[in-house]
Write a protein that binds this ligand. Structure first.
Ligand SMILES: [Zn+2]
Length: 439
């Protein structure tokens, strides 16, 4: 389970204040902005008939989301995760066993009566994954067993707090659960931190702070002092050894265990959790999870919950605001726009678009019927690459490439341009050309 609550920054670290200040300079960017930009750029929208907190994704938004999801799936496959699919519904008993029913029901949709049974829209993926783990007997040789899913979950947010993609009732979560031995927990948490670092680099975002989220007073948390102590010590060690600055915060833990939360701040200074790593001794106990050890006896695994980008909705909202709609090329809905100077170059332009598509690049043709070259370039200002084809380029099979940041390159062979762009996109680079920083 991943906590995706928004909180105002309280006692903020110097780093956090710096980020807030920097973002505030951009004037009123933010929540409103991601909603406004999302609508202007036709990424997503909502309709009262579908309901509050239930946005739909338009083709360009769906393209960004798909690129993001594929990045995550690929990174997870490389890190030894296997993907599963599990249903968004489950019987009430499933959540009674996991503890959600008693600790978390305020955030859950009311159960539905179905043929004498009660089913609920799930508030998290963990219970399904625990059940999948125990669907057959497991050996210590299979551990750490890393189970990942980009799956739906639901939260009964009050209508007053809903907005854009940041507070939604239907959430697509980048989630994973690692079932492992106690000895393996620290390494797994460390590699999850490293996956987060790499993802943020590719996405061009930076955390405002790392937070060690601990339980607070009140009955929100499962009562097992020794378990809390052990998992807190493990996470503290991981953070200390990582060299990352972090702050401990009481009252921010999951009900079943402490967490490392990676926080980001939007333009209005609102802080939220994007990524998280959690250690859980509780649910393995509740679901009676076991593995057969080298000694032939049954042992209890530990569950590490982790999310690299949190909910897809919140991640995309943050990316829209962070980049003002000018996504890194690998995420951009249209990566390359082909601009023939006149109708005479239309055949070569259409052919270039076809070559881009064959090469896996998202390209579009904008011909003279859409206006002057200058007007077309302005319209495509968020597209990372603009390939201009004039009479000379058409004859030579060259393109005059303009980059989104205003740089103009000398005419280059079309094949070379496409290869270089493909390489940058394939490596999830945030710079547009050969290591130069985007202006
Ligand atoms: Zn979980």
């Amino acid at each position: 389970m991943t906590d995706v609550l928004v909180r105002s920054p309280g006692a903020s670290a110097p780093g956090l204040r710096r980020v807030v200040t920097r973002l505030n300079v951009r004037e009123e960017t933010t929540m409103q902005d991601h909603r406004k930009l999302g609508r202007e750029l036709e990424l997503f929208d909502t309709d009262p008939l579908i309901g509050a907190g239930l946005p739909y994704w338009l083709p360009d938004g769906a393209t960004v989301r798909h690129a993001l999801e594929e990045y995550i799936r690929t990174a997870e496959r490389r890190a030894g995760y296997r993907h599963v699919y599990s249903p968004v519904l489950g019987k009430r008993e499933l959540y009674e066993i996991s503890g959600h029913w008693s600790h978390y029901s305020d955030d859950m949709f009311p159960p539905m009566d179905l043929g004498g049974e009660q089913v609920v829209l799930r508030p998290s993926l963990c219970p399904h994954h625990a059940v999948i783990y125990r669907s057959r007997s497991r050996s210590y040789r299979e551990l750490p067993l890393r189970m990942a899913e980009l799956g739906g979950m639901y939260r009964s947010e009050q209508s007053g707090v809903l907005g854009g993609l940041t507070r939604v009732r239907a959430i697509q979560l980048n989630d994973a659960h690692i079932f492992c031995t106690l000895d393996q927990v620290a390494d797994e948490a460390r590699s999850a931190l490293e996956m987060i670092r790499r993802a943020y680099e590719a996405l061009g975002i930076s955390p405002s702070r790392y937070r060690l989220s601990l339980p607070g007073p009140g009955g929100k948390y499962v009562a097992a002092p020794e378990m809390w102590q052990r998992s807190t010590a493990l996470l503290t060690e991981v953070l200390d050894r990582s060299g990352l600055p972090y702050e401990a915060a009481e009252g921010e833990a999951a009900f079943y265990g402490p967490k490392v939360d990676v926080q980001v701040v939007d333009g209005a200074g609102r802080e939220s959790t994007l990524s998280t790593i959690q250690i859980d001794f509780h649910q393995p106990e509740q679901f009676d999870l076991r593995y057969i050890g080298a000694d032939g006896a049954k042992h209890r695994p530990v569950m590490v919950h982790r999310s690299i980008i949190g909910s897809v909705e919140r991640a995309v909202a943050h990316l829209i605001e962070q980049h003002d709609g000018a996504f890194p090329a690998w995420l951009a809905p249209t990566q390359l726009i082909v601009l023939p100077v006149s109708d005479a170059e239309l055949p070569q332009a259409a052919e270039l678009v076809r070559r881009c598509l064959d090469q896996g690049l998202r390209a579009e043709l904008a011909g003279p019927e859409r206006g002057s070259l200058g007007a077309r370039i302005r319209l495509a200002r968020l597209v990372p690459y603009q390939a201009v084809i004039g009479a000379k380029e058409a004859v030579d099979d060259h393109v005059a490439l303009r980059l989104r940041d205003g740089r103009r390159l000398d005419a280059l062979p079309a094949a070379e341009v496409l290869d270089r762009i493909s390489a940058l996109v394939g490596a999830h680079r945030t710079d547009l050309w050969d290591g130069d920083a985007e202006a």
